[in-house]
Design a protein around this ligand. Structure first.
Ligand code: ADP
Ligand code: MG
Length: 568
């Protein structure tokens, strides 16, 4: 899709001025594609990766379409999180600052509703909110949708992941029949297509593929590691690079908390972000990040999606993302605004096929690199230290210290001895590594045929979308074989969950939800049998009650779960 100049998009002078003030030079691809269509009033799907300017893509048409003389709510935007609602409201507010009489307002849970009600009474044409709070206002009649002619679903995939599907449908049902429905999303999984079919009329679909990936400004590499060495690898890379701000992705909340504990106790300035944190905690973390008080932010995919932080130097995929598209989203968080960024992905040998899938999906080459050995790290530290010493010498002002050193010299102590001792003392103070006995933590080199076999066997269980995970698990984790195997003392209990393939859930979602909610290890979960509407999961019997208790009422892919021990 070609990029257009904003001047070519038939925009008002006020908006053109607003956009210029924002520092936007030209419209992004998704903006070039969707703005003209959205302004004609037809239904629309806009699909593009994170960071491609989707907010302005719908914000600009909204600003052009609402009437500043009329104080009623004319446009409703749904966002998955409070942070996003605030960001979207701010961005639209800034772009529209020269438009007279137009008010943009964010409403979200966690803020006193009275304040929002007062702001709504004063009049707002564009209201941006999280689904729950929007419903609250609609039911209290503090938001009337009678004059609302456009509804926008922003980050639709995230809203679905967060279980908002019923809320979204409720709002769409309450909105006037005659309206424009616009949906923006980075990905278009089946449940979103379903919403599209039900609530949009012949939508136009504008899809921009991988715009950010063509940006050569992200240097991407991966490391194939021996089992159990990720933490050590991470510490070595962090120590080597001295990034100002790194973002580390883990696949589950439990992993995020664990890694936070490890890094924190090793003296790294880090913070963690995931869906279980309260709004207050999240705000505090983001505040620290924005003020440079944190070097490392550890997050899950969902938690990170809502944040817009500038200046991320490096993205670490501590766990290989569960989905190829996630990789693209994750690394897109760095290398923004023309700066260069780096991304590092850790894989274990039995996951190597995932790197192939990612590269194939994203049509990019990710180069493999090696973590330096302990020895290599030591040499690097010494070289760094020597650089620092040289720069201190160059600066001068050492007369006083030279005298002190000279006073120490005797027949047995040379100035070289003194320097070496000082160096040892100074370098011991620096932090380093995890203190494990590992030295070379890279997985052994594989031969070509070996590599191919792994690759093939990795793929073999991965047929259709839903089958892929199931195949893998029935192969690796079948309850039957396992109970006869090494862990023969484990007995498994079958648990019923009221969610199935029909709602778009996959084996990885079930496994992720169980390990994420209960904190039990993936190795305590056995076979996962997914049916259309139900799933049977085998879990370590000692954990069965916990799993039932924690899963009841939770949502997976939007569906609220009923869980119980299966009646065999
Ligand atoms: P998305 O919703 O696609 O993830 P955003 O709308 O949050 O992306 O935009 C990402 C960043 O790009 C924001 O900081 C935004 O101000 C900026 N941006 C948007 N449009 C443009 C443009 N045309 N030129 C330059 N920067 C832009
Ligand atoms: Mg967005």
């Amino acid at each position: 899709m070609d990029k257009k100049k904003f001047q070519e998009l038939n925009l008002s002078q006020e908006i053109l001025k607003g956009v210029t003030d924002m520092g936007f030079e030209e419209a992004t691809s998704i903006q070039s594609g969707t703005i003209p269509i959205m302004m004609t009033g037809v239904d629309l799907i806009g699909q593009a990766q994170t960071g491609t300017g989707k907010t302005a893509a719908f914000g600009i048409p909204l600003l052009e379409m609402v009437d500043g003389r009329n104080k009623n709510v004319q446009a409703l935007v749904m966002c998955p999180t409070r942070e996003l609602a605030v960001q979207v409201a701010e961005e639209i507010g800034k772009i529209g600052k020269y438009k007279k009489g137009i008010k943009t307002l964010a409403v979200y849970g966690g803020q006193p509703i009275d304040r929002q009600i007062r702001a709504l009474r004063a009049g707002a044409q564009i209201v941006i909110g999280t689904p729950g709070r929007l419903i609250d206002h609609i039911e209290r009649k503090t938001i009337s949708l009678s004059a609302c002619s456009v509804v926008v679903l922003d980050e639709a995939d995230e809203m679905l992941n967060m279980g908002f599907v019923e809320d979204i449908e409720l709002i769409l049902k309450k909105a006037p029949e005659k309206r424009q429905t616009v949906l923006f999303s980075a990905t278009m999984p089946a449940p979103i297509m379903a919403i599209t079919k039900r609530y949009q009329k012949e939508p136009q679909h504008v899809k921009i593929t991988r715009e950010i990936l063509t940006a050569p400004s992200i240097e991407q590499c991966y490391y194939e590691l021996k089992r159990g060495t990720k933490l050590e690898a991470l510490c070595r890379l962090l120590d080597m690079n001295e990034f100002k701000l790194s973002l580390i992705f883990c696949n589950t909340k439990v992993m995020v908390d664990e890694l936070y504990g490890h890094l924190n106790s090793r003296g790294y300035l880090c913070e963690a972000l995931h869906g279980d944190k309260t709004q207050y905690m999240r705000d505090r973390v983001m505040d620290k990040v924005r003020h440079g008080k944190v070097d490392i932010l550890i997050a899950t995919d969902v938690a990170a999606r809502g944040i817009d932080v500038e200046g991320i130097d490096a993205v670490f995929n501590y766990d290989v993302p569960a989905d190829e598209e996630y990789y693209v989203h994750r690394i897109g968080r760095t290398g923004r605004a023309g700066r260069t960024g780096k991304s590092f992905t850790f894989v274990y040998p039995d996951e190597i096929f995932k790197m192939r899938d990612i590269q194939r999906f994203a049509k990019i080459k990710i180069k493999q690199e090696k973590i330096p050995t302990k020895m290599g790290m030591e040499e690097l530290r010494v070289a760094r230290f020597a650089e620092k010493v040289k720069s201190v010498i160059t600066k001068g002002g050492l007369n006083h210290h030279i005298k002190a050193v000279e006073a120490m010299l005797t027949q047995d102590i040379s100035s070289t001895d003194v320097a070496a001792a000082l160096m040892k003392m100074a370098m011991e103070k620096e932090s380093g590594g995890t203190g494990t006995a590992y030295d070379d933590i890279n997985a052994p080199e594989r031969t070509y045929s070996n590599e191919r076999n792994r690759f093939e066997s990795g793929r073999s269980g991965r047929g259709g979308d839903n089958r892929r995970g199931a195949g893998q698990y029935s192969r690796e984790r079948s309850g039957g074989t396992r109970s006869k195997g090494r862990d023969s003392d484990i007995t498994m209990t079958k648990i019923f969950l009221s969610v199935g393939k029909g709602s778009g859930a996959q084996v990885k979602d079930i496994l992720g939800a169980i390990t994420g909610e209960t904190g039990i290890g993936g190795n305590q979960v056995g076979r996962i049998d997914m049916q259309e509407r139900n799933t049977f999961v085998h879990v370590d019997s000692t954990q069965a009650d916990l799993v039932v208790q924690k899963m009841n009422g939770k949502r997976i892919k939007g569906a609220k779960i009923f869980a119980e021990k299966a009646k065999n």
